[in-house]
Design a binder for this molecule. Sequence first.
Ligand code: ADP
Ligand code: MG
Length: 253
Amino acid sequence: MQNKIITVQNLVKNYGTFQAVKNISFDVIQGEIFGLLGPNGAGKSTTLEIIETLREKTSGKVIVDGFDLDIHPNEIKKIIGVQLQSSGFYPGLNLLELINLFSGLYNRDVNAMELLQKVNLVDKAKAKSKELSGGQKQRFSIATTLINNPKIVFLDEPTTGLDPQARRNLWELIKEIKSNGTTVILTTHYMDEAEQLCDRIAIIDEGKIIKLDTPDGMIDELVATGFERPKQVKLANLEDVFINLTGKQMREE
Ligand code: ADP
Ligand code: MG
């Protein structure tokens, strides 16, 4: 039996007269990586932030781990990990101090060095967040989502703006989070990221879900319609060439 850890039914979000989310419904299965894939302005962040209890919905029903968003938002807050924008980190504190601060807020006893180890930032324990590269900042902000030992982690465009090595490194980290049994829901506008990382994807455009399936299921369905790529498919792409030339190891440290 697949356990639905998130259920979204007929979700609507209006900003004034503009409808950003247009009556969408989907479930997230416990333990999967679920992706909301869509262009800028599609309504991904709005949807995510409503489920995270950070934004009011206009109408619809959201259940997270059995808790109704309208009745038990505080119960939901206790079991989720939300990625903060790095601009929200106190500039005067180093990474160890920040983790200790958040552990205090969550009332959790966390081994800060162990957590930094998990995201490969032990060397930066005494660094301030503004001294980190883009990839390191993202890894650190993902680490902060894990402090509360959450059942579900929410990541809003975790790899936007990162170079290919840092992106791959982050994909590994997200897969590791899943391998510990944590459910991940993320947004992305990168096709390769959705295909590599997600067990299931909802393609969202102009506030509507236009497709929901596994990446393979979507590709098979398209191929079954007789679709063929106009050019013969090459066995590698330019990103493969780039990674092959420059290596997979991180460049920023
Ligand atoms: P995405 O994350 O997919 O890029 P968003 O959820 O951020 O999309 O935004 C969806 C739409 O709602 C966009 O057209 C955006 O301009 C609009 N929008 C987002 N937040 C607000 C807001 N606070 N007030 C008015 N419109 C907003
Ligand atoms: Mg967004």
